[in-house]
Ligand binder design. Sequence first.
Ligand code: GLY
Length: 349
Amino acid sequence: MLTIPVNTSKPYEVHIGSGILDTVGARIRALLPAARAMLVSDDIVAPLYGARVAKSLTDAGYVCDTFVFQSGEARKRLSTLEGVLERLAELHYTRSDIVVALGGGVVGDLAGFAAAVYARGIRYVQLPTTLLAAVDSSVGGKTAVDLAHGKNLCGAFHQPSAVFCDTDTLGTLTEHQIGDGLAEMLKYGIICDEALFEKVRNYQNETMASLIARCVEIKRDIVSEDEFDRGRRQLLNLGHTVGHAIEAASNFSMTHGHAVAAGMGVVARAAEAANLCESGTAQRVCDALDALGLPKGTTFGIETLAPLMLSDKKADGGSINLIVPRSVGDCTVLRKSKEDAAAFVARGL
Ligand code: GLY
């Protein structure tokens, strides 16, 4: 098992390896000697792993309760959050009890947010079961639900007490879901690690645990330096401003990782057209996206994307911070007025 310490305001560890789920209760108990554990999951993941995790928690001495909701981004809403909070209250959860999030990004974000606000904050553990959640959303303490006006607009920073990623759960993912995770992994390579970029592009299943660990290390380093997203953490948004606009324009029929992939392709082409990056960078990014079967652009025009980009929560007053590559392995933050940002992105479409 690989273990990565994360040194945020509340330090914790990320554990990555095979066969973790059956022993996760005892591992959590060693960290958090609580009475009750609320296992939050969705109706795809719960039938696959819920009983094993619940047994492990019960065997470790927790009273284990469950909250299962319908899978999908459409359920990452205040109404589902209210359901979790009411269940915690009905069962008299206190600050010494815990929440355990079992699932992908939607489950982790929602369960983490419930833990952030219930009783003004209780502890929680992330058990990511998708590649995207393993390399990104389970680490770093961003928790949220979506509002009608945008993704993740209602949330809190609340670090988990631990993350346990059982790589066996990746075996039940579809190729599309693996692609969502690979897009985020490629993102880390473009941001700051050219060797990782090449390894992700040519990944083999056998190397997945070490690639996940490298991505978590990069995220750990960035988040430890800028936990509350005021500076360097913005680099993690490479491809996201355009990606979120594509997701919204598609009515969320395009999944997050695929939209981020398309966003990275657009922004790399725009950076190259504006002479902001080493020649050939956009081609390298787009070739890697192609090799992984990911989109490298979108058919939505700038007139559709611009208003959605501008309502993204990363828009700040009259400006937008766009993350652009200078080369593969080196990215920078480009601050632009809303009008200039739209004109810049249009060059990459
Ligand atoms: N997913 C981007 C971040 O955690 O900052």
